[in-house]
Design a protein around this ligand. Structure first.
Ligand SMILES: C[C@H](N)CC(=O)CC(=O)O
Ligand SMILES: [Zn+2]
Length: 304
């Protein structure tokens, strides 16, 4: 990984895990998602990671028609890199999850590197510390959730998108997922440079301790050498501390209300742009620069 290169900020504006009952600032309608993405780009995000929601009830949906309602607005207002989810929501099948990336052919799409128990984000680790009335039902509901990503599912997504020129944000929720990414590189289904998004603090995956970060970094360096760009996603309240540690170690960073509804301890983030501004302040305080969408395209080998 080159030193002193610009830092790519990815902003994941809404996701599928948090619900409107958790935060009134969560973008739900196509226009709210578009404005949130444009605001994040203006604040310094080179990439926006996008999910869609049913505007009536905020429920996650992979209906390409919903994506078609906000993508043109974003593209007319910004040259930010579009990254569409193939994860959708954990209860969706791979065919349904694949449709937006398959039909809309984005520059980037997420790719989840393994099946796993998929709990809520880090703040619920300490079972006895419920602060909000939605936490207990959410915990119980997520106790049975499996996020399915078999090797066949992953190969199917890779093969289905292979002629679209789409490249992937490779979601690694644990060390084993890095080895799975290496497996698909060996099979030639993934092409270098690869973009590793290390996910820390999701219940069912790796924790949020600095040792966890170092372990991911050491393993990725050993497996991919200079054939990868690394990015850090800290879930919940670990978002900014881990992104800060990562950027200081040479990584890129992902923020956004998909990954954390907070902007400082106990304070709900009023916008995705607020989180982008917070990590940008850290990056510039370290004497680093924020990557433009054009620089991100060069660094990740995107089709543009
Ligand atoms: C932890 C994040 N939910 C990872 C993610 O964004 C997955 C996806 O959309 O495919
Ligand atoms: Zn996502």
């Amino acid at each position: 990984m080159a030193k002193n290169r610009p830092v790519i900020i990815t902003c994941a504006v809404t996701g599928a895990i948090h619900t409107p009952s958790m935060s009134p600032y969560l973008p739900v309608t196509p226009d709210e998602i578009a404005q949130a993405a444009i605001g994040a780009a203006e604040a310094g995000a080179a990439i926006v990671h996008l999910h869609a929601r049913d505007p009536q009830n905020g429920q996650p949906t992979q209906d390409p028609e919903l994506f078609r309602q906000f993508l043109p607005t974003i593209k007319n207002a910004s040259d930010v890199v579009i990254n569409l989810t193939t994860g959708g929501a954990p209860n969706m099948g791979v065919e349904e999850r694949l449709q937006p990336a398959l039909q809309l052919k984005p520059e980037l799409a997420s790719l989840n590197m393994g099946s796993m128990n998929f709990g809520l984000y880090e703040m619920l680790n300490r079972f006895h510390e419920f602060k909000y009335d939605w936490e207990r039902p959410y915990l119980e509901e997520s106790d049975d959730r499996i996020f399915r990503n078999t090797f066949r599912d992953i190969a199917y997504i890779l093969n289905s998108c292979s002629t679209n020129g789409t490249r992937f944000e490779i979601e690694c929720y644990d060390i084993g997922h890095l080895y799975s990414a290496a497996h698909f590189l060996d099979r030639g289904l993934l092409k270098a440079p690869i973009f590793i998004q290390s996910v820390f603090g999701l219940r069912g995956g790796i924790g949020t301790h600095p040792e966890d970060l170092m372990q991911m970094r050491r393993t990725a360096d050993r497996l991919f050498g200079d054939q990868y760009q690394w990015s850090i996603l800290g879930a919940g309240r670990s978002q900014m501390p881990l992104a800060t540690m990562g950027v200081a170690m040479g990584s890129n960073a992902r923020v956004g209300l998909e990954d954390s509804i907070w902007d400082g301890p106990g304070t709900l983030a009023k916008s995705n742009a607020d989180q982008v501004r917070r990590i940008r302040t850290v990056i510039e305080a370290l004497g680093l620069t924020v990557a433009t969408p054009t620089q991100a395209r060069e660094m990740l080998g995107l089709k543009g």
